[in-house]
Design a binder for this molecule. Structure first.
Ligand code: ARG
Length: 467
């Protein structure tokens, strides 16, 4: 369309209705990124100030021009902050919008700012700075969520609940222990965040278009000024690398997956059938038709946000797949995915932190459920191994018969008369009743990382020292 060889602008019947001004408008619409990359304005200005300062320090531009540039950029920053700045789609992206305004403010000196750099390293810098800051926010948010869980775990170190496998009652556990499982999950997410920050802590500016530059720039100086550990080492890789964005999205996807599992448990636990928790009014909604209902909407939305975050990861992986080195315009499609995932994740973590802090734990309901479903059958088998010397496989068989008997009589294991237990295995004594309660069951599981309140308290202390 640029050569103008085929049709005149307004004659095209296919485009006419949608794009009043013809192909140029389509090009502008597909090409422009200002609609979303204006989010990077602060990073862009910070990067330009560091670059201009370095150029002057190296004698590439004059100190006078540098001062004008820095002053102009400061003015633009406050214009954008205050909402006074007028963004133009014709100027494509945030970089050109700012540079054009700089020219209007300070005149020809503005033209010297782009010496020894390209939009390719400029956008790599801006976006990297943004993602790094977002990761730092994520780290903080996860720390808050972990703190909420640690408090609830401490409060409920002894509260017994059913532990599940296949969502079938398996063995009694403590609610504190269950909380600490989430601390482990979000702790791993946070470790991934920290690792990613370290990984991406290299400055792209100065890679220029792809080949570096002949100007005597000092990339170590700009790296330091912008808070990076060091400059990137390969200019071709630098302008074509979006691993930092992919890492952010991978981390976000795993964290969102963890959040969705927690959300699902909240949904299940808050049903009248389970009744393990009562959600605060702040994080639930009523039904417009059924007055009795209290819906876990916040948890459901957290569960659903995972879809968006996972979608963003797959979208960017697909954008990057098969791209030849170095920069291609495809890469402009990186930002919206990251921005959307970041917003979803931030919101999901905040909502979950609020829910965990607010939720009422119904310990009586948890305990009643913990005792049902013959959840202490393993304790009986272990007792037979320990006290009666049976091999575990035989103890498993004996216990199976005891469970069948209780099932047939419609009672709990602890309600079976000793005589009937002894008829199944004569080695059983009345001491066995000491292990059939849920409290005894959890108290006995003192193996490292186990569910006993004493162990859970150790886990809490370990995490408190690291949170
Ligand atoms: N808006 C572009 C992006 O987001 C900036 C880089 C443009 N570079 C170029 N060679 N056209 O990727």
């Amino acid at each position: 369309m640029a050569d103008g060889s085929s049709e005149t602008k307004s004659s095209n019947q296919m485009w006419g209705g949608r794009f009043a001004s013809g192909p140029d408008a389509i090009m502008e619409e597909i090409n422009a990124s200002i609609g979303f990359d204006k989010k990077l304005y602060a990073q862009d200005i910070r990067g330009s100030i560091a670059h201009a300062t370095m150029l002057a320090h190296q004698g590439i531009i004059s100190a006078e021009d540098k001062d004008k540039i820095v002053h102009g950029l400061d003015t633009i920053l406050s214009e954008i902050d205050s909402g006074a700045f007028e963004f133009s789609r014709r100027l494509e992206d945030i970089h050109m919008n700012i540079e054009a305004r700089l020219a209007a403010l300070i005149g020809p000196a503005a033209g010297r700012l782009h010496t020894a750099r390209s939009r390719n390293d400029q956008v790599a810098l801006d976006f990297r700075l943004w993602v790094k800051e977002e990761l730092q926010k994520t780290e903080k948010a996860l720390t808050g969520l972990i703190a909420a869980f640690l408090d609830r775990a401490e409060e409920h170190a002894e509260t017994v609940m059913p532990g599940f496998t296949h969502l079938q009652t398996a063995q009694p556990v403590t609610f504190g222990h269950h909380c600490m499982a989430y601390v482990e999950m979000f702790g791993r997410d946070r470790a991934r965040v920290r690792h990613a920050i370290e990984h991406m802590d290299e400055s792209p500016i100065g890679a220029a278009a792809l080949a570096g530059t002949g100007f005597p720039i000092d990339r170590h100086m700009t790296a330091k000024a912008l808070g990076f550990r060091e400059p990137t080492r390969n200019s071709i890789d630098t302008v074509s690398d979006r691993d930092f964005a992919l890492e952010f999205l991978s981390i976000a996807a795993i964290a969102a997956t963890h959040l969705s599992r927690l959300a699902e448990e909240i949904v299940i636990w808050s049903t009248p059938q389970f009744g393990f928790i009562r959600l605060s009014d702040a994080f639930s909604t009523g039904s417009s038709i059924m007055p009795q209902k209290k819906n876990p909407d916040a948890a459901e939305l957290v569960r659903a946000k995972t879809g968006r975050v996972n979608g963003s990861l797959v979208a960017l992986l697909t954008v990057m797949k098969g791209l030849p080195l170095a920069y291609s315009k495809d890469m402009q499609e990186d930002k919206e995915q990251v921005f959307d995932a970041a917003e979803s994740l931030e919101l999901a973590i905040a909502a979950m932190t609020g829910m965990i802090r607010d939720v009422t734990i119904r310990a009586d309901r948890m305990k009643a459920a913990a005792g049902s479903g013959y959840s202490t059958a393993t304790d009986l088998a272990d007792w037979l191994v320990r006290e009666a010397g049976l091999p575990f496989r035989d103890a498993h068989h004996v216990t199976g018969r005891v469970v069948a008997l209780a099932e047939q009589k419609g009672c709990d294991l602890a309600d079976l008369p000793l005589g009937e237990l002894q008829a199944i295995n004569s080695a059983i004594t009345d001491k066995v009743y000491g292990v059939l309660t849920v409290e005894a069951s959890v108290a006995s599981r003192t193996s490292f990382g186990g569910t006993a309140p004493s162990e859970v308290r150790k886990q809490i202390a370990w995490w408190r020292a690291r949170n």
